[in-house]
Design a protein around this ligand. Structure first.
Ligand code: SD4
Length: 363
């Protein structure tokens, strides 16, 4: 059952659609229809998201002055999953003051990285098979500068280390001990990221049957990917995760890989991915979504096409969840996943909301 809650967000009236705990529950058919009139500008906006019987989502955003022209929706920030609601608050603090998209996507996901209750990003993330928390992150700006860290340990904010790699080195990616040493050199404090709760989960997993064979557990990985467009119309993106829980030590997923977990092209749009990284890498996922937009697809159509490509390339889709989130230069957004359950947070000056993505199939 959906509960609608009104609250104050940055001095603006917002409607929040709260998250219902299990992301993977079956949900009844639902339509969101919103009408809002922005008096001062005399602009009318109508947004419709409706899921069809097939599970397909048809999204239509009309926003204009009634003369057929479209307003660019900016600033705007979107991010993956329910934890994106809090992360978007962090990003919005930057954007509402006229700050740039790069600062916004860094500050935004730092909120999630510091949330010890979140078992899939930063502090409190579930460890690898050996009980070590290893983090992956990347960041990209409107000039296509990018930075990344992979398999970094004991640093709370891998996204900020990725930004330092981008800004202070001639490289794009540092991994493992090299990434940790670089972070320490740059003044990032050492921090044990393995919380007692995450350690208990790992010990339980070690005693269970499941650790004897590799298993795709869709509940074990929920990256945060964030895309923002600032008031100047510039795009940036970030992506950060503790990755696939109980993975082999040293495993990298898509999240630190530019073009897989994240891609930004300021002429076209931006995309990020969540879910099973191995599948995203196989189709250069986020880059693919951006290229589809370059070739005329809407963000929604591009995400759907990329998901269809993943489905076509995998014989066994059992448990294989992947979701894409995208934004174009008009501030239009799209999201789609293999299985039901993916959602994303969207924040503009008018709304702060959690939106269910379309999907190809039910679990
Ligand atoms: C990974 N793609 O390490 C990440 C995990 C993830 O939602 O996105 N979870 O494969």
């Amino acid at each position: 059952m959906a509960i609608f809650q009104k609250g104050d967000f940055s001095g603006l009236l917002v409607i929040q659609i709260p998250y219902i705990k299990s992301k993977f529950r079956t949900m009844s058919r639902r339509k969101f229809i919103k009408n809002s009139v922005l008096g001062a500008a005399g602009i009318m906006a109508l947004q419709t998201n409706a899921r069809c019987e097939s599970g397909e989502v048809k999204s239509k955003e009309l926003k204009g002055k009634g003369d057929g022209t479209r307003e660019v929706i900016k600033p705007i920030v979107i991010s993956t999953w329910r934890h994106g609601m809090e992360a978007n608050h962090g990003a919005w603090k930057v954007l509402k003051e006229g700050g740039n998209a790069l600062d916004a996507v860094e500050k935004g996901v730092m909120v999630t990285e510091s949330d010890a209750d979140n078992r899939s990003v930063g502090l409190g993330g579930l460890p690898d098979r050996d009980g070590i928390v290893t983090l992956d992150a990347c960041i990209m700006n409107h000039e296509q500068d990018c930075g990344a860290v992979g398999c970094i340990t004991d640093i709370e904010h891998p996204i900020s280390v990725a930004r330092k790699v981008m800004e202070d080195t001639p490289h794009v990616m540092l991994v493992g001990k090299g990434a940790y040493d670089f972070a320490r050199e740059k003044g990032f404090p050492h921090k044990n990221l393995l919380t007692p709760e995450a350690e208990a989960d790992w010990k339980k997993w070690k005693e269970s049957e499941s650790q004897k064979k590799p298993e795709i557990n869709h509940e074990n990985h929920d990256t945060i990917g964030m895309l923002a467009m600032d008031a100047n119309g510039n795009l940036s993106g970030s992506c950060t995760t503790s990755g696939w829980a109980f993975k082999l030590h040293g495993r990298l997923g898509d999240s630190p890989l530019i073009g897989a977990g994240l891609f930004v092209d300021n002429e076209v749009g931006a995309a990020c991915a969540t879910g099973l990284g191995e599948a995203v890498i196989r189709i250069a996922g986020s880059s693919t979504v951006v290229e589809l937009m370059r070739n005329g697809k809407s963000p929604q159509e591009a995400c759907e096409e990329a998901v269809r490509r993943i489905i076509a390339k995998h014989k066994n889709l059992e448990g294989l969840q992947v979701g894409f989130l995208a934004m174009n230069k008009k501030g239009e957004v799209g999201a789609y996943s293999v299985y039901e359950g993916f959602d994303y947070a969207k924040t503009t000056k008018d709304n702060h909301e959690l939106i269910k993505a379309g999907f190809d199939r039910k679990w």
